[in-house]
Ligand binder design. Sequence first.
Ligand code: OFO
Length: 178
Amino acid sequence: MLSKKIVDRINLQINREMYSANLYMAMSARQSETGYLGIANWLMVQYHEEMFHAMKFFNYLIDQSASPVVAKIDAPEITTAEVKKTFEHVLEHEKFVTGSIRELLELAIAEKDYATENLVRWYINEQVEEEKNATEILQNLELLGDNKQALFMINIELGKRVVTIPVDFTNLPPAVTP
Ligand code: OFO
């Protein structure tokens, strides 16, 4: 059985994952408006990834006979459609999420909650990937230069990204199986 502290903290993380999903969906909309449909695609795939992250925690609470809470999600603040600034925002946000996941892991360890610890370690690994993806895009922008030709190429490249998570991620096997 999970402690109330752990359940509350997982519910906070569900909210943060759903905020992440909305943030990337909003960024995707801004890129579509400026014609960068490949970049918009990459961000929309990221939206699906984030909903998968949220749902994995949601299912874990269900598996543990605890109650997931679907709370109010803050509206994402997007101040620019500029591509480099957008990916700087993505990286900054992912670093925030990494910190949040680390906090959750530390709580699980302090509570000797080994099942939650196992689950959260999956997210620790996932965050390495999340930060790496944003860093690589920023490095490519640095290498190619932040000009229209470079952005055109990056737009084509990011347009190739496809969703690799299960299509129906609401129906996962027990969440402790990463
Ligand atoms: Fe982008 O990793 Fe979840 O939030």
